[in-house]
Design a protein around this ligand. Structure first.
Ligand SMILES: [Zn+2]
Length: 336
């Protein structure tokens, strides 16, 4: 199964403006270090997990979660200072450095390592992300990739399948396609942006400025906005979950629209790639009762003669798919 693309990119400039997977040369000679660290950078929080141990043997782990301290439009520097503090704490608990670090990145990052766009935290635009990562981990083997692509790879590994579509519902919608064991579209050719697949030309305006993208209808915030309109009052996630469990019409309608949009995207991707499995993940989807079954029902209604509806399953790794993908990416890095 092909995580090999993670090794495929070296620090040379890719031909495209966007490079989904990059290894970054160490800035200093490696010191004594052990284990791998995975970092999943998200719109509201960052999850970190360090692992060490022989394959199949006991694994030592340390974990940390950082909630971004500033508003989503705040600059990246306050966020990054907080992350540096979290890494320092984790390093202290780890009692040493990490041999390799893999990072799941939701932002669009240019070949020079600068953030080109991140609708989830617009204040990061222009931030020199990869140099900042290198300063945080000056001796580790370091690589990064799009969070949706890494989630897809992690889920494909766990499912034992080489043909998987992954859709992760959170602050935005991340996604990835693993085809014949390899992630699409491939190293140096951008990332799989399932959240910007157009599912409704008359739909709401997306963060990207276009109308009708999947995530404009089906992301967590989009679903909550719809629930608020239907209820006529502010709605928190916990209320939506309770409302859905109790069958409240406003909650059911808000979530059904989300599930119908996800089904449309899953069926469209199925027409192109014929995956063995379509996996639904992300923290927002994970917490809502019956979410996967609702998407599967909408997808079944879109089946056509001779083409069965996609098999849709919840993510095995839950909301941790990207983090496990980041750990898998770290393990692939050559450590001297
Ligand atoms: Zn969009």
């Amino acid at each position: 199964m092909g995580l090999a693309t993670a090794q495929g990119s070296t620090p040379q400039a890719p031909t495209q403006a966007v490079a989904p997977t990059q290894a970054v040369a160490p800035a200093q000679a490696p010191t004594a270090a052990r284990g791998v660290l995975g970092i999943d950078i998200g719109g509201t929080k960052v999850a970190l997990r360090a692992e060490d141990g022989p394959p199949g043997g006991p694994v030592r782990t340390e974990e940390a979660v950082l909630r971004w301290p500033g508003a989503r439009v705040a600059g990246a520097y306050a966020d990054w200072t907080a992350l540096a503090g979290t890494v320092a704490d984790l390093r202290e608990r780890w009692e040493g450095d990490f041999a390799a670090v893999g990072v799941a990145v939701p932002a669009t990052v240019g070949p020079d390592g600068r953030v080109l766009a991140w609708p989830g935290r617009p204040g990061w635009r222009g931030f020199d992300l990869l140099p900042a990562l290198r300063r945080l981990f000056p001796t580790a083997a370091l690589a990064w990739a799009d969070d949706g692509d890494l989630a897809a790879l992690a889920e494909a590994v766990h499912a034992g399948s080489g043909n998987v579509v992954y859709l992760g519902v959170g602050t935005g919608i991340g996604g990835g396609v693993v085809h014949e064991g390899a992630p699409l579209p491939g190293p140096g050719r951008g990332s799989c942006e399932a959240g910007h697949v157009i599912v409704d030309r008359s739909g709401p305006v997306c963060d990207c400025g276009r109308r009708g993208c999947l995530q404009a209808t089906a992301s967590g915030p989009a679903t909550l906005r719809r629930a608020e309109l239907l209820l006529g009052a502010p709605v928190e996630y916990a209320e939506l979950r309770t409302g859905l469990a109790e069958g409240a019409p406003w909650a059911v309608e808000a979530v059904e629209e989300t599930c119908a949009a996800l089904a449309a995207a899953a069926v469209s991707l199925g027409e192109l790639f014929h995956p063995e499995l379509t996996v639904l993940g992300g923290g927002f989807a994970e917490g809502l009762p019956g979410f996967t079954a609702r998407v599967e029902a909408h997808a079944a209604a879109l089946a056509r003669p001779g083409v069965p509806a996609p098999v849709i399953r919840p993510a095995v790794l839950g909301g941790l798919s990207s983090l496990h993908g980041a750990l898998a990416l770290a393990r692939l890095q050559p450590v001297s």
